[in-house]
Write a protein that binds this ligand. Sequence first.
Ligand code: 13P
Length: 256
Amino acid sequence: MRVPMIAGNWKMNTTVGEATELVKAMRAGLDQIANVDKVICPPFISLAVVKELIRGSSIRLGAQNLYFEEKGAYTGEISPLMLADLCEFVIIGHSERRQYFNETGEIVNKKLRAALKVGLKPILCIGEKLEENEARRTEEVVTEQLESSLAGIDSLDGLIIAYEPVWAIGTGKAATGRQVSETIGLILYNIAQLYDEEVAQQMRILYGGSVTADNIAEFVQQSEIDGALVGGASLKANEFLSIVRQTSEIKGHLSR
Ligand code: 13P
């Protein structure tokens, strides 16, 4: 059985003080919700503080990025070893990194390998842009992203995939549950081809893109969708709590 997951990607938001306030506002409520992996991904500089604040709770911690080298003269970068000490998950290949920081499939692949090597659980983001979607190239783009990201990686243990269509991120225009389910079917097919049916069956796949407390139900009602990677709505304690709570209630009796 795959445990549902809701992960909050805080992106480049919150000072250390604001991160502290946000965690304090959601800690008790989140801790009470069972049967969902609850992950928060604050900016790097808040990881250590947040780690202390959630100690003893069921809330889990993730980073938003990493560099693929373990240490050395890479000014300003954060290594997998530094993160392995602090958190459990790491978002890799987010479309904002692909778009603004020129992350290619090859770089994403190196980052994935580096994360898996030190036991971090990557949340690999894939998804097509608006023009690709309109040109009906979703299948081709998603397939290519999976193949290049996973090239030469033998074991996907711990890996989670987030399908985030770029046109749905931060736009208020979420995909429909049906659209997402269809693409997840394609992702699963690819995973089964690249690995095997069992790996595909165990793979957790999240949806991301304008998820809110008002639309989360539509996604988690689909048995193929294991949860969500939430951006903007994860910065509001009550809304994030509502998203996690609804997921717990709806997933209580569903399986793929
Ligand atoms: P929004 O929920 O703000 O659309 O962001 C989604 C996202 O990119 C999560 O990684």
